[in-house]
Ligand binder design. Sequence first.
Ligand SMILES: Cc1cc2nc3c(=O)[nH]c(=O)nc-3n(C[C@H](O)[C@H](O)[C@H](O)COP(=O)(O)O)c2cc1C
Length: 153
Amino acid sequence: MSGTREIAEAIAARIRASSHEVDVLDAADVRSVLPYKAVIVGSALYAGRWRPEAVKLLQRNADLLARRPVWLFHSGPLGTEQVPQRAPRKVRDLAARIGADEPKTFGGRLTPQTAVGFFAKKMANGPMAGDYRDWDEIELWAYEIAQQLVSAR
Ligand SMILES: Cc1cc2nc3c(=O)[nH]c(=O)nc-3n(C[C@H](O)[C@H](O)[C@H](O)COP(=O)(O)O)c2cc1C
């Protein structure tokens, strides 16, 4: 499972624990956000960019998302010095159009066991390799969303 998908599952688990129903879907599998009262969209960062499927989801559903509470996150930074990453311009523009805050940054994961592709495998054996996802931070962020969903009911 991709590192970002695992973050999504952890967010979902936390929000379910607050008695909300949550689906976790790959961005490419989302036809419409119409059935959902609130949406969280996340992507891994690759070369400073969001995954195209996640950007397309935001583009295709921008009008519907503008009428729902939306939270964005991205995962990427490797290393113990975690610095929030600015989203690419396209994603920042979409966030503004949707009325969402800029994405929350979570650390990334790059390990030899999970790396996919030539560059990733090479990097996964280098000095930046490791799992820098902070599960407490992720859970706290999800908890805050769950609280906001309760007060929006
Ligand atoms: C080729 C390559 C480029 C990357 N570029 C970035 C980047 O620009 N910014 C960043 O924060 N992380 C970057 N990363 C780290 C990934 O975002 C991180 O490994 C992430 O957890 C991958 O998530 P995934 O398993 O869901 O694909 C890069 C990783 C690879 C292999």
